[in-house]
Design a binder for this molecule. Structure first.
Ligand SMILES: [Zn+2]
Ligand SMILES: [Zn+2]
Length: 459
């Protein structure tokens, strides 16, 4: 109400959730929690510049593979009241804006080791690299950050060390799920621990702020292990060279592919700097099995076709990535030929379809086989996000007083809210970036209190 508009500073009895990015869209998550005249930032991400308005969705007039970040002016103006930035995991939609926004805030960052290393390497060329205040926490740790007590809770997703957060204040307690799904066989890292989340049912959770990406999905949530099995079958059936494209940050998928190479008597090489960087971080943090070899990229062109497995960046059709070069037949280390195969072990982020189509066309014209999920009955990609059933399960375990769906477009978030309602959550708050979600003293949404926007960044 008007009191809020004048001060925009939460009192001791207030607990607010204020997303500046990632609510009403999938990408560039930047969340703020407000309590007792203090703020806590959770995640600081970037996204592809896919137009939110489908009417603008044609290739020519939009620089789509540029990246955009949230407008953080609101918190920059209040940086003295910002206690810390907590990063839940190392996906770009959660950490990709730090390089641009953190220098204007200069507050401590708290995260686990793997995510910390990914962040450090982003700042490698900056003077600030040597004095970055990154505090590494262990899963399960609990710390007081001003008036917020934050407990890190491991949760399964498609990148190591993803952490949900239990944020406790004098006004209320929030479970911030981060991105998650229930995975009993995640290939690397520990399986999802049900008891951890069941125990929250007796902890008086005021609000659960929850990932909505796959809320509309009702088909089974498959484990990373199922994907390993599927990829093994598909690669086994190929005669020529095999190229697999996937997200560089999906370490479990990369380990799986290295195991597929061993099982199918192929040598694995990686094309693309992002992949080399991620494998190096995985090695450093102990996630890369020692017995799993990656051969130097420059050697792969000399091997017989049936011994080749290349993992390439560019699953979203990015024109400068390795897969696009292979499709145009101008990659320095390898020329694909008729009879070779390209497997997409990834989903296409909405808006990137035309770029991916262009690449698949180029490959098909050269009689290179393209295998996307719809072309095979084997599982070659699994999502890292909770489906409707996972969400229902989590709401029944945690029993929050209020559900706040985030990490989705309004369609995804409305379905998530409906699932919460169906599973006994008394209130649900839906809104979008710039809305203040008042969690305590009593739940309501103050619409469009803050101006939000997307800002392009140079790469
Ligand atoms: Zn995300
Ligand atoms: Zn994620």
């Amino acid at each position: 109400m008007s009191i809020i508009k004048n001060s925009l500073s939460p009192s001791l009895s207030d607990l607010w959730f204020l997303p500046l990015g990632g609510t009403g869209e999938i990408g560039m998550n930047l969340n703020l929690y407000g309590h007792s005249h203090s703020w806590l930032m959770v995640d600081c991400g970037s996204t592809f510049n896919v137009p939110l308005d489908p009417a603008q969705d044609h290739l020519e007039n939009v620089k789509r593979h540029g990246m955009v970040i949230p407008d953080a002016q609101f918190i920059i103006e209040r940086k003295d009241d910002l206690q810390a930035i907590v990063l839940t995991h190392a996906h770009e939609d959660h950490i990709g804006a730090l390089l641009h926004i953190w220098p204007q805030l200069q507050v401590p960052m708290y995260t686990t080791r793997f995510t910390a290393e990914v962040i450090r390497r982003k700042f490698y060329r900056e003077e600030l690299y040597y004095e970055l205040p990154i505090v590494e926490v262990n899963p399960g740790d609990e710390l007081d950050l001003g008036p917020f007590t934050v407990k890190w809770l491991p949760i399964t997703h498609s990148i190591p060390e993803t952490q949900a957060l239990l944020i406790t204040t004098e006004a209320g307690r929030v479970l911030h799920t981060a991105d998650w799904k229930i995975d009993d066989e995640p290939v690397i890292g520990n399986k999802f621990k049900k008891s951890r989340y069941k125990a929250l049912g007796s902890k008086n959770i005021t609000a659960m702020v929850c990932d909505s990406t796959n809320a509309p999905k009702t088909d089974d949530v498959l484990s990373e292990q199922a994907c390993l099995n599927g990829l093994t079958q598909v690669v086994k059936a190929q005669q020529g060279r095999v190229v697999v494209t996937c997200f560089a940050s999906n370490i479990a998928r990369l380990v799986s592919l290295a195991q597929v190479a061993i099982t199918t008597d192929r040598y694995m090489a990686v094309f693309g700097r992002a992949l080399e960087n991620m494998i190096s971080i995985a090695r450093q943090c102990g996630y890369w099995p020692e017995e799993v070899q990656v051969i130097p990229s420059r050697h792969i062109g000399y091997l017989p076709k049936h011994e080749v497995l290349i993992v390439a960046t560019g699953s979203q059709g990015e024109p400068r990535a390795a897969l696009a070069k292979l499709a145009r037949n101008n990659h320095r280390w390898c020329d694909l030929e008729a009879g070779d195969s390209v497997i997409f072990s990834s989903m296409v982020i909405p808006g990137n379809e035309a770029f991916v189509d262009k690449i698949t066309q180029q490959l098909k014209e050269r009689e290179i086989r393209v295998i996307q999920q719809e072309d095979t009955q084997h599982t070659i990609h699994v999502s890292g996000h909770a489906n409707a059933e996972n969400l229902a399960q989590m709401y029944r375990w945690v029993q929050p007083d209020c559900a706040i769906p985030t990490h989705g477009e309004s369609y995804h978030m409305d379905i998530n809210a409906h699932i919460a309602q169906q599973n006994g959550v008394p209130s649900q708050l839906t809104g979008r970036n710039g809305d203040i979600f008042i969690i305590a003293p009593s739940p309501r949404v103050e619409r469009q209190m803050i101006v939000t926007d997307r800002q392009p960044i140079e790469q």
